[in-house]
Write a protein that binds this ligand. Structure first.
Ligand code: SIN
Ligand code: FE2
Length: 216
């Protein structure tokens, strides 16, 4: 597959290769950022951000919600995808076409054709919130990549290896950056360091991350 780095909707400012099957597409989502944030606001009006509990009983520092046919949740009974919001019992808000289009375009630019996400986890980080190193492995098909979109305040992303103890690379993710990992990198450990205080013109004192995945 030849990565198509020049689709009509997105200019790639630069591509940073992290590993085989993993790239940062600098500013790939910049042109669509305002619309993405508006959609996040609509989603959160239907399915509010909440801080979920890990199976171990810790409260996650990032607040989360979802859109799409399936949403990722965690509570004392474990990590899973489900079609309804446990807080309301209602289906998650539909995935905006903009989200799936962006995810498909970014996957394609990274060399993964025909990516059709059915789940979008939306993380909201306020200063001090972080995500410790973990693997994304609640999905059915690890042949499908992960597309991760950064909006608002910058954060240091950690991208590790296939073993928890592999020393991670650190890369600053800024507004509009998109990370794609799949193929041999699909199960790499990753996370983000604590968000530093700041103000972003579009998101204020926070960072949003969209993680688009094919769960089922
Ligand atoms: C995650 O992949 O779990 C979140 C990473 C991020 O917020 O950039
Ligand atoms: Fe993750």
């Amino acid at each position: 597959m030849t990565p198509d780095l020049f689709d009509q909707n997105s200019a790639v400012a630069a591509v940073l290769a992290l590993a085989d099957g993993a790239v940062v597409l600098r500013r790939f989502a910049l042109g669509r950022a305002e619309a993405l944030v508006r959609h996040i606001e609509t989603v959160q009006s239907q399915a509010a951000f909440r801080q979920m509990k890990t199976p171990g009983g810790y409260t996650m520092s990032a607040a989360m919600t979802n859109c799409g046919r399936l949403g990722w949740v965690t509570d004392r009974t474990g990590y899973r995808y489900q079609s309804t919001d446990p807080q309301s019992g209602e289906p998650w808000p539909a995935m905006p076409a903009l989200f799936s289009r962006l995810a498909g375009d970014a996957a394609c630019a990274a060399g993964f054709d025909e990516f059709a996400p059915d789940a979008c986890l939306i993380n909201r980080y306020r200063p001090g919130a972080r995500m410790s190193l973990h693997q994304d492995k609640n999905e059915r098909d690890f042949g499908q990549p992960i597309v991760s979109v950064s909006l608002g305040l910058p954060v240091v992303f950690q991208f590790g290896g296939l073993r928890r103890n592999d020393r991670p690379q650190r890369v600053l993710l800024e507004h509009g950056d998109v990370v794609v990992w799949g193929g041999p990198s699909r199960l790499r450990y990753h996370g983000v360091l604590a968000l530093k205080p700041g103000q972003h013109p579009l998101t204020g004192e926070c960072r949003f991350n969209l993680t688009l995945r094919r769960a089922d």
